[in-house]
Design a protein around this ligand. Structure first.
Ligand SMILES: Cc1cc2nc3c(=O)[nH]c(=O)nc-3n(C[C@H](O)[C@H](O)[C@H](O)COP(=O)(O)O)c2cc1C
Length: 541
């Protein structure tokens, strides 16, 4: 446990009791495994899954504050997406309101909408999100150097495509960030627990991770540094943006642009924010394990530095770069991000060995994450169904190569079964399972290590989807049966997330520009085909 491993100085003002033991994450993880008993404790009397009368709103809205529009023209990047996804950078662009708007749109913007008869409109975003529930909000802490943006704390309104100013002034010191901008990603609990119950806690970190995959790729294309911080003072960050830290809680902080300094933040006195916000739903329900997991993984100001140091012991080396595929398309990353949309049906076609190897090598590169200073917290297992010159079966991906575990008799059946009996898990050319050895991670990093591992899984899954789309394939994140996946790959590590990659049956849907999403017609049919846990009448993903 973190407080056993780290020496504390009794005179240090930061020697407040840490709450970050592994207990809360263990409880959440073990009781939210699919295929291992009920995930929902009976004590939740008022909780009814997918209650249409208590559905969450898609957006956070401040009642009395204006939304200042962002420039709607996307700034183009130069390098080919395959180069960026391989770990290379574009030339550094001037960081102004247009570039900030571009990055926000490519990470969290609305690209498509759909209306099914009798249902509320659905809003699809640039990054994938389980059930398309989109629980992540984005805040911007801007310094004075961004042309067209006031120094201050802002909230991003993706639908209106603008910013709401919450505090005026330079608050980056409160985050100990010297980069021109910091982003704070928060998770709105009810937006995911409404459907996924206590397992929704995992979803916050997955969905933040897929957004970060887009953000980091877009920032790389414009030559901007990014540092994703999974370790921060939860209470201070919550106070800065005026959220309660439970129903809406910070999940990641990102230093954006050169000059990030992640030392211990000075104490900054912050007035309490008290803005009127529309409620997320008529009666959002707080789920006990979820709340315990969030509170029991909190860090205080003095914990952060030591927590990051402890990450050295559990992260493993991963290469920063790989070689882009030959004869790959030259389109920039923004085209790939805007084209991406989770593939809803795949053909059984085989894919080229080079395409397979590149996408895995690129997706599993080192992540710019404080919890993974040596590169990664994860390892990856692959169920191969149809890759040229590779025998179908269960493999481990390690050191940039495949290692056969077992030549399964019916890998497609196994792939579908492991992914909660979803055909996509077996119809793909391959399905990748992103794993973590939870025991050492939780011993060294407490429950906060669990957050970090889930976040990295979301980043890798998001990256893998971008890699697939960059070379003309399709992809989707998938959920899975926990322990059966561990057993199938003969490992002791735990699956964090799965990604299916293959040949799409249909071309990607068109996608809109900031403030002008494309309306999709007849989206309800493919969604119904792939739907699971059908207690719903409207397609939710
Ligand atoms: C963490 C995660 C888990 C997902 N799980 C599934 C799944 O089990 N089955 C499925 O069909 N799609 C799954 N998806 C894809 C979402 O349904 C999809 O991202 C969402 O509907 C939004 O659509 P889009 O990706 O086309 O923007 C998942 C996505 C994420 C990020």
């Amino acid at each position: 446990m973190i407080h056993h491993m780290l020496t504390r100085d009794a005179n240090d003002e930061s020697a407040e009791m840490t709450v970050n033991t592994r207990t809360a994450a263990d409880a959440l993880h073990n009781s939210t495994k699919h295929g291992t008993g009920p995930a929902q404790p009976d004590r939740l009397v008022r909780y009814r899954r997918l209650d249409p009368d208590n559905a969450p709103d898609s957006f956070k809205r401040y009642r009395d504050l204006p939304i200042w529009p962002l420039p709607r023209t996307l700034v183009s990047s130069n390098p080919p997406a395959v180069s960026v996804l391989s770990g290379n950078r574009g030339d550094t662009a001037p960081f102004d309101s247009s570039l900030l708007g571009t990055l926000l749109h490519l990470a969290a913007g609305i690209t498509r909408t759909t209306v099914a008869p009798g249902c509320r409109p659905t809003f699809f975003r640039a990054a994938m999100s389980a059930g398309n529930l989109q629980p992540i909000e984005v805040y911007i802490v801007a310094g004075p150097a961004i042309d067209g943006i006031a120094a201050g704390v802002h909230h991003f309104a993706p639908y209106e495509f603008g910013l709401t100013l919450l505090r005026r002034g330079d608050y980056r010191p409160a985050l100990s960030v010297t980069a021109p901008v910091a982003l704070i990603l928060t998770g709105v609990a009810w937006r995911t627990t409404w459907k996924y119950g206590e397992r929704g806690w995992r979803h916050l970190y997955w969905d933040a991770g897929t957004m970060l995959a887009n953000l980091v790729a877009a920032a790389d294309a414009h030559g901007l540094d990014t540092e994703v911080l999974a370790g921060f003072d939860d209470a201070a960050v919550s106070r800065l943006i005026g959220v309660d830290g439970v129903d809406e809680a910070p999940v990641a902080v990102v230093a954006l642009g050169s000059g990030s300094d992640v030392g211990q933040p000075p104490r900054v006195n912050l007035e309490q924010l008290s803005y009127d916000v529309d409620p997320v739903a008529p009666h959002p329900v707080r789920l006990p394990l979820f709340v315990e997991a969030q509170m029991g993984s909190a860090l205080n100001r003095g914990d952060v530095g030591r927590w990051r140091q402890a990450a050295n012991q559990v992260s493993s080396a991963a290469p920063a770069r790989t070689t882009p595929p030959q004869e790959a398309p030259s389109e920039p990353i923004e085209a790939v991000i805007l084209r991406r949309g989770s593939t809803r049906a795949m053909r059984h076609d085989s894919i080229a060995t080079d395409a397979f190897r590149w996408s895995l090598a690129a997706a599993t590169r080192a992540v710019p994450l404080d919890a993974a200073p040596r590169g990664t917290l994860l390892e990856h297992f692959i169920n191969i169904h149809a890759v040229d010159n590779v025998r179908p079966g269960a493999y481990r991906w390690e050191g940039g190569d495949l290692h056969l575990i077992a030549a399964t008799v019916s890998p497609r059946d196994a792939g579908a079964l492991l992914c909660l009996n979803q055909p996509l898990g077996g119809n793909s050319a391959y399905t990748a399972f992103h794993h973590a050895h939870l025991n050492p991670i939780l011993d060294a990093l407490g429950s906060r290590g669990y957050r970090a591992a889930q976040l990295e899984a979301g980043i890798v899954s998001g990256r893998l989807a971008l890699c697939a789309f960059a070379i003309g394939l399709g992809a989707t994140g998938l959920t899975f049966f926990d322990d059966p996946v561990t057993d199938y790959f003969h490992t002791t590590s735990s699956p964090m997330l799965a990604t299916a990659v293959g040949v799409s049956q249909t071309p990607p849907a068109p996608s809109g520009t900031p403030g002008d999403p494309v309306t999709l017609k007849r989206y309800d049919e493919p969604m119904t085909q792939v739907s699971i846990n059908l207690q719903r009448s409207c397609p939710a993903g």
